[in-house]
Unconditional design. Sequence first.
Length: 74
Amino acid sequence: MPFLPEKKRSNWWYLAPLLGGIIGGVCAYFALRKDDLPKAKKCLYVGIIMVVIGIILEGFFATVIFEQGYDINV
């Protein structure tokens, strides 16, 4: 099989993991892996990072809400 050069893919693919988290990262990875493997891996990493940031922010805001005494179960 002859060597096929990698295609240069658009940077707009980074929106998938930014907006969709890990699911968007996985979708972008599978869409890009044959054409632009480095960008596919970066999209997957961005998706993982977005999930970690979301978990950290959720924990932070949950503690802020509970410390201020808001009753969210009303």
